[in-house]
Design a protein around this ligand. Structure first.
Ligand SMILES: Nc1nc2c(ncn2[C@@H]2O[C@@H]3COP(=O)(O)O[C@H]4[C@@H](O)[C@H](n5cnc6c(=O)[nH]c(N)nc65)O[C@@H]4COP(=O)(O)O[C@H]3[C@H]2O)c(=O)[nH]1
Length: 818
């Protein structure tokens, strides 16, 4: 309000003197303002005064003119009377004349209001004949010439004093005084009106400003009102939403939600509660909890377990606190009891007082089952339900402790099912699983109650035999297990036979901690496998060391390829007669940083077992083809390059495509590549081998059967494969000179090969005598230390260059004479 008054004051002051509020007014401005305000009344005053003055003037002049005219008429009448009375008179003497005139004039003197003067103009000098004593000079004068008795008189008539005076009439007087008066009055009126106008304007301004202010306030309260309306609409909407949400939560909740009044009488029972407890809401509303849902003995149990227990939770809720959910047994309508999680919290009314309780319950039967399953799985294998590696560890630790105390040994049997992978691969994992379950059951029949059979991996089992009287007991169990698996299993209407390899480690002699014992039993198991499977072996530290060396080698082998530690050596194959090089065999070497050049026999079996042979073999193929191509391009040698293939390589379905891409990449023609495959390799799966070999042949490759003779396969049978040559294993060649049997075999092989139109290569020829025999038997090609050891690429390149330079085609020794 004060602000409004200030605003008004400023507004008024700015309206009065034109100066904006807050500015200092110059000192002349109030004066100018006053003058400005007075100017209109002054102008009005002056205008009225001036107007009425003019009117008065005109009236005065009118009256004057009227007086003059009356005076002149009166003067003319006097002159006329003189003329009429004296006109005919002859006057001789001036004195007489004066008398006459005096008589005429004096006789009516009282009746006249003018005075006369008569001047005789007849003489040389004008002569005053007559003059009224009360003649007074006046501005009003009537003069006429009068001829009397032939004398020319000038009659001058003047008004008598007090007559024809210019006294304004009453109305003129009124005008004279009325002008300023009226002007003043009107000016006052104007000033009054002005002041009134100003006051009205001020009033209007004040009212306008007040109205504006009110308007402003109205607007403000209007927008506040709008906001309030919006807020309340929003609140209403949100309330609606909340209500809908609450309804949706209640209806959609998977938890049973039950609300009661303070006496425990049910007010709300949601659909999940109906589902969980089997009651309908309309059956329960108004009935009392908790005995409806909670068996009495359960309440008693909770009481005894938790002290005030369940009721403590209710008490907590009563005290206004939401209680932690508790696990308890609840009862359905049909009497069935189930584990549940229940929480009770207070419901507060608008005044903050507790108006009831809210119970939220869920059936945790599944959760409990899952928990116990998890607990089970933490210790047991899901498939066989045997203890798992974890639990075995615990049992082993306990057993060790017990044995230590009693001074008894214990045995740990590590079992692996031989070729279990084939069952999985050929019959599928489900069959594999069924077999594992069946095997587990049979294992269980072989042990005592205090023994533990655990499954520690895919087809790996560990049997713990605590408190052994002696190691014979371990042997007994191992043999029992071997015997138990001897009978076939019926799995999905298939008869399957499976055998175990068993490694045995004894405590304390083979290790006094669980890890070592398991490791040594595992090593012994490998020994059993190496001994032909379906066997048991006790831990042998010597063997284990070798095994460990092998494992180390395998690990190093994994890195050898990327560390570029492989090299190829090349051994020429020669024509037995001419000594010319007819082919080259690429032989792999491992340039080991510590062990030096490692021969393939030491690492290729490991590479094959671990699958590393596939990338290694690919490298060999590329390197050999590239070398052969380089010799061809250099004009040093144009003979086929023979490369050994292992079973894993040969089993790759896209082997022909891989070879084709290597040939394309290196530029070597297919006719200059020979694949060497062992007899046993192609005989594993004859059909598949035949197919793969045909596809390789189709590329233009040469196929050789390596180590022929070691696999005892029929040559006639072998001929069904698309092969080009046979390589007689060096073990047959070795003694052909001294052993007639070996010689006979070698000779027979060569003869048969010839009959089947196959080339024959004799391997491992070390002496001239051997070569001589081979020539006799018409074996076309030989390979061996006699002509050359396998040489590094650079060495053979140098050799070939030397031969080329010397112009010789044959490699030593010089051809023998027949
Ligand atoms: N005592 C004696 N030995 C001779 C004589 N001439 C050659 N040898 C040896 O006989 C083996 C011939 O190779 P293999 O039968 O294919 O037998 C090869 C082959 O089966 C395998 N191998 C070599 N390189 C590779 C390869 O790159 N891949 C695959 N998968 N296996 C390979 O390793 C085996 C052994 O190869 P190496 O140790 O190089 O042994 C070579 C060679 O050095 C001789 O006059 N006397």
């Amino acid at each position: 309000m004060a602000a409004h008054r200030e605003h008004l004051r400023q507004h008024e002051s700015s309206t009065h003197d034109g100066a904006p509020p807050g500015m200092n007014r110059p000192p002349l401005l109030p004066l100018a303002g006053t003058l400005l305000r007075l100017s209109l009344p002054l102008i009005v005053f002056a205008a009225i005064w001036g107007g009425l003055g003019k009117l008065e003037q005109q009236a005065r002049e009118g009256e004057e003119r009227q007086n003059i005219s009356v005076f002149q008429r009166t003067a003319a009448q006097q002159v006329e009377r003189l003329r009429s009375e004296l006109g005919a008179t002859r006057i001789e003497r001036v004195a007489d004349l004066r008398k006459l005139v005096a008589r005429v004039l004096d006789s009516r003197r009282d009746a006249r209001d003018v005075s006369l003067e008569i001047i005789d103009l007849g003489g040389d000098h004008p002569r005053l004949i007559y003059q009224d004593p009360d003649l007074r000079p006046s501005t009003m004068m009537y003069v006429e010439q009068l001829v009397i008795g032939q004398q020319r008189w000038l009659v001058e008539v003047s008004p008598l004093p007090g007559h024809y005076l210019l006294n304004p009439s009453q109305s003129v007087e009124t005008l004279r005084w009325g002008g300023p008066l009226i002007g003043l009055l009107v000016a006052l009126l104007v000033a009054l009106l002005q002041s009134r106008g100003r006051s009205v304007r001020r009033q209007v301004l004040r009212q306008t400003s007040a109205l504006e202010h009110m308007n402003h306030q109205l607007e403000r309260s209007n927008s506040a009102l709008q906001a309030e309306i919006a807020r309340s609409t929003e609140a209403e909407r949100s309330l609606r939403n909340t209500t809908t949400l609450q309804r949706a939560i209640l209806d959609g909740s998977e938890y049973a939600i039950v609300s009661t009044d303070t006496n425990g009488l049910i007010e709300l029972f949601n659909p999940a509660a109906e589902r969980i407890f089997g009651w309908r809401a309309d059956e329960l509303v108004g009935r009392a909890t908790p005995l409806l849902f909670c068996p009495e003995d359960e309440l008693a149990r909770l009481e005894s377990r938790d002290g005030p227990g369940f009721f403590a939770m209710i008490d907590e809720a009563r005290a206004g606190h939401a209680a932690e959910p508790r696990e308890m047994t609840l009862r359905r309508k049909d009497g069935h009891e189930f584990p549940a999680s229940l929480s009770v919290s207070p419901l507060h009314g608008p005044d903050g007082a507790i108006r009831g309780y809210l119970g939220i319950a869920s059936d945790i039967g599944r959760q409990k089952a899952a928990e116990s399953r998890i607990r089970f799985l933490a210790h047991y294998d899901a498939l066989t339900e045997l203890p798992n590696r974890n639990y075995l560890g615990q049992r082993l630790a306990e057993a060790q402790e017990q044995c230590r105390r009693r001074g008894e040994p214990l045995a740990l049997l590590f079992l692996d099912l031989d070729r279990f992978k084939y069952v999985n691969d050929s019959l599928g994992h489900h069959a594999g699983d069924l077999l594992l379950q069946a095997v587990s059951r049979r294992f269980m029949t072989c042990v005592r109650a205090e023994d533990t059979v655990a499954r520690t991996g895919g087809d790996e089992f560990v049997i713990l035999l605590p408190s052994l009287p002696d190691r014979n007991r371990a042997i007994e169990v191992a043999e029992r297990i071997l015997a138990a698996l001897r009978d076939p299993f019926d799995i999905r209407s298939q008869r399957l036979t499976i055998s175990p390899s068993i490694g045995i480690a004894l405590y304390p002699e083979d290790g006094d901690d669980a890890e070592t014992l398991i490791k040594h039993a595992d090593a012994a198991m490998y020994q059993a496998k190496a001994a032909g499977r379906n066997a048991y072996r006790f831990y042998d530290s010597q063997y284990a060391r070798e095994l460990s060396d092998r494992l180390i080698l395998e690990n190093e082998l994994r890195l050898a390829l990327e560390r570029k530690q492989f090299v190829l050596h090349y051994q020429p194959q020669l024509d037995v007669y001419s000594g010319e090089i007819t082919g080259i065999e690429a032989l792999l070497r491992w340039q080991h940083p510590q062990h030096g050049l490692v021969p393939p026999d030491r690492f290729i079996p490991i590479a094959e077992d671990s699958g590393l042979i596939v990338p290694i073999g690919d490298w060999v193929l590329r390197a050999a083809c590239a070398q052969a191509h380089a010799w061809r391009v250099a004009g040093l040698l144009d003979a086929p390059m023979a490369v050994n293939l292992s079973a894993r390589q040969f089993d790759q379905p896209d082997l022909p495509e891989q070879i084709a891409s290597v040939l394309e990449a290196t530029g070597l023609p297919a006719t200059r590549l020979e694949l060497e495959l062992t007899e046993s390799l192609v005989m594993r799966e004859p059909e598949r081998s035949s197919d793969t070999l045909s596809r390789c042949k189709a590329l233009g490759l040469t196929i050789a059967i390596d180590d022929f003779g070691t696999g005892y396969s029929s040559l006639a049978y072998l001929r069904r494969f698309p092969i080009d040559r046979l390589k007689i294993d060096r073990s047959f060649i070795k003694d052909i000179v001294d052993e007639p049997d070996d010689a006979a075999i070698a000779q027979a092989i060569i003869a048969m090969a010839h009959s089947l139109r196959l080339n024959v290569v004799a391997e491992g020829v070390e002496s001239d005598a051997q070569l001589s025999l081979l020539r006799q038997w018409h074996c076309g090609i030989y390979q061996g230390f006699l002509s050359s050891r396998p040489l590094p690429g650079e060495a053979l390149t140098a050799l070939l260059r030397g031969m080329k330079a010397a112009g010789v085609a044959e490699l030593a020794p010089p051809p023998l004479q027949h």
